[in-house]
Design a protein around this ligand. Structure first.
Ligand code: NAP
Length: 233
């Protein structure tokens, strides 16, 4: 499958590497290809410059946000949450029309330091803002509640006995994403939370995720939902 992933950070890189390993045709998207390839410094999280990663993954293409979305039959969204709408506005609505848009972003606002707050919460979510901005895209929120490494290696935590969520208005799109999570990334348990408004809950899990990251002193964990008297989804 041709896949576009909007972003060049650790999430986009990690997803792209795994999907390319699964022989999918992946193009990452960035604001300015030349500028991204010219960067020499590590990013703010200490990840090496993009060109170093690209040298190790020559099978993954790099284009502008618009080219990446145009390339994808399915499009992933992994840009910094506080500026995601700005990034998506560079895509062009026509490149997302009718496509499944898998949104893994979090609306984290680091402008007042750490821990971050949320740019949107309670009565709205970033996923809903994206769905409203691109009404013909089929937005599915998922994977935002795990670390990038766990996204593509879920079985390295408790042999995969934990959960990931999907939220979205389009049942067919959610079913497709659920299959991809299982077949390509190795997830065992996927809970469909409901329509796109349920993204509020998974985005508001982030303050807890960040606190747990500090308490456990590791990003290698995930949420597991245990219900009495019902088989695990
Ligand atoms: N890190 C994790 O483990 C993790 C886990 C779950 C969810 N998430 C979420 O996934 C998303 C990606 O996270 P990340 O750590 O991989 O990357 P990130 O550093 O949060 O975002 C990098 C991307 O954002 C774009 N960007 C930055 N400023 C921009 C602006 N002003 N206008 C347009 N685009 C801009 C960059 O574009 P350029 O390519 O042009 O530089 C780059 O592609 C975030 O929303 C994050 O909260 C992260």
């Amino acid at each position: 499958m041709k896949i576009g992933i909007l972003g060049t950070g650790i999430v986009a890189r990690t997803l792209a590497a795994k999907l390319a390993e699964r022989e999918q045709d992946v193009m990452l998207g960035t604001r300015n290809v030349a500028r991204t390839m010219e960067r020499r410094a590590d990013d703010v999280y200490g990840n090496p410059p993009f060109r170093v990663w690209r040298g190790q993954h020559p099978d993954v293409e790099l284009g502008t946000f618009a080219e990446s979305a145009e390339h994808g039959e399915l499009v992933g969204h992994a840009t910094a949450g506080a500026v995601s709408l700005e990034a998506l506005n560079l895509v062009g609505e026509e490149h997302l029309d009718g496509k499944v848009l898998v949104d893994v972003s979090n609306p984290l606002d680091f402008s007042r330091g750490f821990p971050p707050s949320l740019t949107v919460c309670n009565t709205d979510s970033l996923a809903e803002q994206i769905q409203r901005a691109f009404p013909r895209a089929r937005v599915v929120k998922t994977l935002n509640t795990t670390n990038a490494y766990v996204m593509v290696n879920p079985r390295e935590v408790a042999d995969g006995d934990h959960h990931v969520f999907v939220s979205g208005n389009d049942a067919e799109a959610k079913a497709q994403v659920t299959d991809l999570l299982k077949d390509w990334l190795g997830w065992k348990h996927v809970i469909d939370l409901g329509d796109i408004t349920t993204a509020r809950g998974v985005e508001m899990l982030l303050p807890l995720w960040i606190q747990l990251r500090g308490a456990i002193q590791s990003p290698m964990f995930n949420f597991k939902v245990v219900a009495a008297g019902r088989p695990q989804p």
